[in-house]
Design a protein around this ligand. Structure first.
Ligand SMILES: Cc1ncc(C[n+]2csc(CCOP(=O)(O)OP(=O)(O)O)c2C)c(N)n1
Ligand SMILES: CC(=O)[C@@H](O)[C@H](O)COP(=O)(O)O
Ligand SMILES: [Mg+2]
Length: 638
């Protein structure tokens, strides 16, 4: 990669003669395939942004002129062009390159939140700040067609279009897909625009005609006619963006550097809000990705770059959910499914194939997903909304006010709940149990294995008077973990008659907690392990159990603040049971990317940590042994 390696930063790129740019693009494409094959990552989106990003960095002077990438998963090329090409061998690994922009990595990176549809809002804010400070530099946002289906993008457009003197260049990277083909009116409008002749393409025809016939003649006439037609078409006010009062440049071939540069320079010259509509192909230039019908290799694991093959994935939580939902769907014609542009990743593809008329892809629009689910429920159906845990944050108010306040029977299935790790801080599903703990009437299940997942799902769709939530992590479920005994919803998994510690293990923490209990037992501490299965509301049976122990320890793959430990402590207090509770979970911090295991270890959630903390806490509770257990049990039963 001689050309790519010669670039210390965008200024070197801008110094390259145009005739070298296709070779540079080829080197970048080869580097993407070679490095992502070893690490995994967002190959498809980045292959689609090679030429677009080269053109961006040749026209705009990053970092002084900000380039904000929406979602950020398509910023690998940007990173390669801003001096980080050598770091790709540790992409998405602890201490290595983040898979998204990172302010700690580079001054060229402005936004590291990987939640979609935010780039235009950042751009609007940046442009306002520059204007107030008397600074006329442009701001660039790169937003995908998928991200444009998110409501925030239109809230921002409404503001950006209002100020014709603020230079905001919005590059719509239109590859026609999120994971799956992008849905809805926005997608259709973009498709209509794609069919329009673009001014840049007309200019390209001129250049090509002049190359073919430099003398005046029919070729030149054709070319001039093309310009006139192109100008008429492209500047005539039509299309959703012009209707908003935005200038529109395009559609342009996002894989033609020369055309992209021309379009970007023209957009820059306007000095106000302008859309550059780039048409690209996800996976462009690598046939296994480009031809993939599922998601054009939106995100891939490790693969063989020559054959494009990868190891078969193990059966995961998502598949277990998918299988059970299809069974439920066959029994219950009122059950419908909703995805926010993630049909396959959230396991709804099988349901959609079996029940297409009962499956809705709403685009990257989680807020709309929840409130439209409330509408579906009011209409007599039982919606199952499947989203990644971290993306539920965005729809909290809709769950609280549109679903829970109206007591509507909506089931929310949270995949990627708990630490995910490699996608960085904004992708960890660590806030759901905390934010949901304040929702009146909510029921939240954290299954520990496939049988309890199936059970929780069936119990959820049987609820008719309010929201239910089922959460599970990324990856494969453990081998089934049977209960010794069930007390109401609470499963007793390990019993120790010394009644020292009641260890409340939540969902995916169960296997680790059972191992920690064995370690504690080796040191003479009697630990009973229970799985509440339904963590909200707190079960009375759990409170009764807790009253009989010297210490209660809770362990959850979620934020400690407002988590299961907090809600159990409050419930014990309300019941007048004064057994001490120690909560173990994720501290209130943003975790750098790394493997799930590494992040859990950072958070002190390993069997060694739990056993050690139990030993510490029980040693300090010696005086508690004198307090007659009977006194507390009597108190609880009054
Ligand atoms: C709020 C939110 N919901 C879901 C996602 C998951 N997600 C990541 S990328 C993506 C698709 C983005 O499509 P698009 O904006 O068209 O970019 P492309 O991948 O096509 O370049 C989705 C749904 C997310 N990052 N944020
Ligand atoms: C940016 C994006 O696409 C994310 O939603 C992320 O890639 C999810 O990755 P997994 O589906 O591998 O958890
Ligand atoms: Mg797209």
């Amino acid at each position: 990669m001689p050309l790519l390696r010669s670039l210390r930063g965008p200024e070197d790129l801008r110094a390259l003669p145009p005739e070298q740019l296709p070779a540079l693009a080829a080197e970048i494409r080869d580097a993407l395939v070679a490095s992502v094959a070893k690490t995994g990552g967002h190959l498809g989106p980045n292959l689609g942004c090679v030429e677009l990003t080269i053109a961006l960095h040749r026209v705009f002077e990053s970092p002084r002129e900000p380039i904000v990438f929406d979602t950020g998963h398509q910023s690998y090329v940007h990173k390669m062009l801003t001096g980080r090409v050598e770091e790709f061998e540790r992409l998405r690994q602890r201490g290595g390159l983040s898979g998204y922009p990172s302010r700690a990595e580079s001054e060229h990176d402005w936004v590291e939140n990987s939640h979609a549809s935010t780039s235009l809002s950042y751009a609007d804010g940046l442009a306002k700040a520059f204007a107030i400070r008397g600074d006329e530099r442009p701001v660039v946002a790169v937003v995908g067609d998928g991200a444009l289906t998110g409501g925030m993008a239109w809230e921002a457009l409404n503001n950006i279009a209002a100020a014709q003197d603020r230079p905001v260049v919005i590059v719509v990277n239109d590859n026609g897909r999120s994971y799956s083909p992008t849905i809805g009116g926005v997608a259709d409008a973009l498709a209509t625009l794609r069919l329009r002749p673009g001014y840049e393409n007309a200019l390209l025809q001129v250049r090509q005609a002049l190359h073919k016939a430099p003398v005046v003649g029919s070729a030149l006439y054709d070319a001039l006619h093309a310009i006139k037609k192109g100008l008429k078409d492209v500047l005539s006010p039509q299309g959703m963006f012009e209707d908003l009062g935005m200038k529109y440049v395009g559609p342009v071939d996002g894989h033609d550097i020369e055309v992209m540069e021309s379009a970007l320079r023209r957009a820059r010259s306007f000095g106000g809000p302008v859309i550059v509509h780039a048409v690209t192909t996800k996976g462009f230039g690598y046939p296994p990705a480009e031809t993939d019908q599922i998601d054009a290799w939106h995100a891939t694991g490790v693969f063989d770059p020559d054959s494009g093959t990868s190891a078969a994935a193990a059966r995961d939580w998502t598949t277990a959910f998918s299988d059970e939902l299809v069974r439920i769907g066959a029994e219950r014609s009122d059950v419908v499914a909703i995805t926010a542009a993630m049909l396959h990743p959230t396991g709804l593809a099988a349901f959609a194939e079996r029940f297409p008329e009962r499956t809705f892809d709403v685009g990257i629009a989680e807020q709309h997903a929840l409130t439209s689910a409330a509408g579906l429920a009011m209409g007599g159906l039982h919606p199952v909304v499947a989203v990644y845990s971290t993306f539920l944050n965005r729809a909290f108010d809709q769950l609280l006010m549109d679903v829970a306040l109206h007591r509507q029977p909506v089931t929310v299935v949270l995949d990627r709940a708990g630490v995910t790790g490699t996608d960085g801080a904004s992708h960890n599903g660590m806030w759901d149990m905390s934010i949901l703990s304040v929702v009146p009437g909510i029921r939240l299940a954290a299954p520990r294995d496939e049988p309890t997942l199936r059970e929780a799902l069936r119990e959820s769709v049987a609820v008719t008077d309010g929201p239910t939530v089922v959460r599970f992590p990324k990856g494969a479920p453990p081998v089934d973990i049977p209960a010794l005994e069930r007390r109401g919803p609470v499963d007793v998994l390990r019993r120790d008659e010394r009644r020292d510690v009641l260890l409340v293990a939540v969902g995916s923490m169960v296997p680790m907690c059972l191992a920690a209990a064995e370690r504690a037992a080796d040191h003479g501490i009697g630990v009973t392990v229970v799985d509440p299965r339904w963590v909200l509301p707190v079960a009375g049976e759990l409170l009764d159990l807790a009253a009989g122990y010297r210490l209660v320890v809770t362990v959850e793959d979620g934020g400690r603040a407002g988590g299961v430990g907090t809600t159990l402590t409050q419930a014990l207090q309300d019941r007048g049971v004064d057994v001490p509770v120690r909560a173990m979970g994720l501290p209130q911090q943003f975790f750098d990317h790394g493997s799930r295991g590494q992040v859990l270890a950072d958070a002190g959630l390993t069997e060694q940590d739990v056993a050690r903390r139990i030993a510490e806490w029980t040693s300090r509770l010696a005086e508690y042994r004198e307090t007659a257990v009977a006194e507390r049990v009597d108190g609880a039963q009054q």
